[in-house]
Each structure stands twice: as structure tokens, then as C-alpha cells.
Design a protein around this ligand. Structure first.
Ligand code: DAH
Length: 360
């Protein structure tokens, strides 16, 4: 009996000290395997007297069970220890910021973002987007828009002209997006409701002017289009674009050859400490030109002014981006400086929409 105790104690000690599965398995084979020590003891039972076999059999089987469960227990302990060690080395701080992958690292230029915001707002009001070429004819850029030949307004546009063709015609880089109005009216029947964002060019350069800049034009032609609607559209646009609940606007008489009457629109703002806020304060800031489409323009574009009337407006996209996002100099817009773009740019997958917020 005491022999069994010694064997048991010895095996239990070995099991307790075993530091991995391989060692445990070696102990199991050494005790319970085909030629293991306990198996050998069991084999001695056959040669014993019945009485002796009974007591020795019980003792050996108890020894076998004890060693068996000690092995299982130790295996579980080792498994848990291994898991704990692994969890410690593979620990992850879920509160750390997620590193940006290549798709998230890119940034959308503030001008692209602003065009998307403007498009989202006007799409919500039922406008579609129309486009035209950057290289325009003098006819579409000026004449059809009621700029008489030799009129000083043509000079005010600081136009980039191409060399004259053989027939004397001179192409130009469009000085505004208004020729897209002409193209749209010539190309489709009223009712018309479009916005025309795009690049425009004038020979001008300083902190707030670059030779290439962006404008967006709006045009509505319908039988009942009127100034009240124009005012509502512009006001709703400003509220949505600047993300403010209400805004005061001021419509000042002005002159554009293609509209009659013509107006410039100022938006209420507060200027303080070099910062500008919209929808509050006592200051005014000019943001766009607009008016009722001149009957000569309607006629030039094949629309009967006795049946249809229209309103239009035009505004500078870069300027809107500067105002909304607090960018004081226009020139870096076109410098392709990645540091600037990282700072002022937008995540490309945060697509502006009116439900989730335009600029998040
Ligand atoms: N084309 C004008 C410009 O570049 C802006 C403008 C003013 C467009 C009034 C319009 C308008 O459609 O109605 O200065």
C-alpha cells in the first residue's frame, strides 16, 4: 500500500512541476501508457490471490484515477496560463486612434467640397447641374448675354483671348459661368432649373484673385419665375450653406448686361478679431450678383420673353469656401501644397448631404 502512496506522490509531484504539454504527455505515457508504471502494476493483478487482488485492484485503480485527474487538471491550468500570457502580449488599446489607411488619407480640396455642398443644396430644391466648356466663343461669353460689341463691360472682365482664327473669330477662356445659361437655354425647352458650377478665367492676381477661379451660376426659366422666388432661393441657399437657422439679406440695385433689374446681394455678418460669422451682427458682406434674365438674352437664346421669364444669379465658389472655412488667402488654393490640403481638405467619403450635415 505504502508503495502505491510513494508512486502516487512521486507522479503527483512530477505533474505539478511539469511546465508544458509535452512534459505532461511524457509523464502520462510513463505511468498510464502501454508499458507505463501503473499499467505494469495492473498487469500484476492476474497473478494475485483473489483477496489480495481485490484490495490491490482497488488501490491501483484509485492510483490510476488520481493520476489521470491530476494530469487533466494540470493540462487545464497550463492552458489557462498560456491563454493569459497570450492575452497580455496581444493586448490592444481600443481607445487609441485608428491609423488612416491609404483610402482615408487622401483629402478633397475645399473647392471640390464646396461644389458638392452647393450641388447638394440646389439638388434638394430640384435643380440639376449643367456644364459648358472652358474655351468659349465671344458670342456665348458676351454677345448673346447682351454685352453690345465695344461695350465697356467687356473690358471689365480682363479677358484672356486666343489668337484670332482665319475668319477673324477669337475664342476666349470664359470669364464667367453665364455662357452655360446660353447653352442651356439653346439646348433645352423651359421650364429650366439648373446650376452651372465651373472654372472661369480673368487676367487678375492678388490675395483674393487668381487668374483661374470658380463660379456657380443659377438659372430658372418658367412662365411665372419672379424676384420673390429668387429671393427665397438665395436665402434658403445661404442658410443651408452657412449652416445657420436664419439670415438677413440685403438686395442692392446693380448692373449686369444680362439681367434687368440687376442686384447685388449682401448677407448679414459680424466681423470681430479677424473672424467672420454669418446670420448675426450688423455688418454686410457681398456674396453674389443676380437679377431677372434680360428679355434680349431670352430672345437671343430662342425663348419668347412674352411667354417666359427667368431669374439668374452668379457667385464665386472659392470666395464662398474661404468665407465658410476661414481661409484668408486664395493663392494656396492652387499651390498643390499637401500640407495645406491636409489641413483644409475634407474626407472624400464624407459626402455632403442635407440630412447628415453638409460639412460634418
Ligand atoms: N456673371 C457675373 C460675373 O461674373 C455674375 C452674375 C451676375 C451672374 C448676375 C448672373 C447674374 O447670372 O444674374 O460677375
Amino acid at each position: 500500500m505504502s508503495d502505491f502512496n510513494t508512486i502516487e506522490q512521486d507522479l503527483l509531484n512530477q505533474i505539478a512541476k511539469a511546465s508544458d504539454d509535452t512534459l505532461l504527455e511524457a509523464i502520462r505515457v510513463g505511468a498510464l501508457g502501454k508499458s507505463g508504471s501503473i499499467t505494469a502494476l495492473l498487469k500484476t493483478l492476474g497473478a494475485m490471490e483473489a483477496e489480495e487482488r481485490k484490495s490491490a485492484g482497488a488501490a491501483i485503480n484509485k492510483l490510476k484515477d488520481t493520476v489521470g485527474s491530476a494530469l487533466t487538471e494540470r493540462r487545464t491550468i497550463l492552458k489557462n496560463e498560456a491563454l493569459t500570457a497570450r492575452l497580455l502580449t496581444e493586448m490592444l488599446d481600443v481607445s487609441l486612434p485608428v491609423p488612416e489607411g491609404p483610402f482615408e488619407a487622401g483629402r478633397l480640396h475645399p473647392v471640390s467640397q464646396t461644389i458638392e455642398e452647393i450641388t447638394a443644396i440646389f439638388a434638394d430644391m430640384g435643380f440639376s447641374v449643367a456644364e459648358g466648356p472652358d474655351v468659349e466663343t465671344d458670342d456665348f461669353n458676351f454677345t448673346k448675354l447682351n454685352f453690345p460689341v465695344g461695350h465697356p463691360a467687356r473690358e471689365m472682365h480682363d479677358t484672356f483671348f486666343f489668337n484670332a482664327k482665319e475668319n477673324g473669330e477669337r475664342m476666349l477662356l470664359r470669364t464667367h459661368t453665364s455662357p452655360v445659361q446660353v447653352r442651356t437655354m439653346l439646348g433645352q425647352k423651359p421650364p429650366i432649373r439648373v446650376i452651372c458650377p465651373g472654372r472661369t478665367y480673368r487676367c487678375d492676381s492678388d490675395q483674393t484673385h487668381t487668374p483661374m477661379f470658380h463660379q456657380v451660376e443659377g438659372l430658372v426659366i418658367d412662365k411665372t419665375a419672379n424676384l420673390g422666388q429668387l429671393k427665397w432661393v438665395i436665402t434658403e441657399f445661404c442658410k443651408a450653406f452657412f449652416e445657420i437657422p436664419s439670415v438677413k439679406m440685403r438686395f442692392r440695385p446693380s448692373f449686369f448686361p444680362f439681367t434687368e433689374p440687376s442686384m447685388e446681394v449682401d448677407i448679414q455678418c459680424r466681423r470681430s478679431n479677424g473672424e467672420i460669422r454669418f446670420g448675426e451682427g450688423e455688418d454686410w458682406l457681398e456674396i453674389l450678383g443676380c437679377g431677372m434674365v434680360h428679355s434680349n438674352v431670352l430672345k437671343n437664346c430662342g425663348i419668347n420673353p412674352d411667354e417666359y421669364q427667368g431669374y439668374a444669379w452668379g457667385m464665386g465658389i472659392d470666395r464662398l469656401a474661404m468665407l465658410k472655412y476661414g481661409i484668408s488667402d486664395l493663392r494656396p488654393f492652387f499651390d498643390a501644397d499637401l500640407r495645406w490640403l491636409k489641413h483644409y481638405g475634407f474626407k472624400p467619403l464624407d459626402i455632403p448631404n442635407l440630412c447628415e450635415g453638409l460639412s460634418q
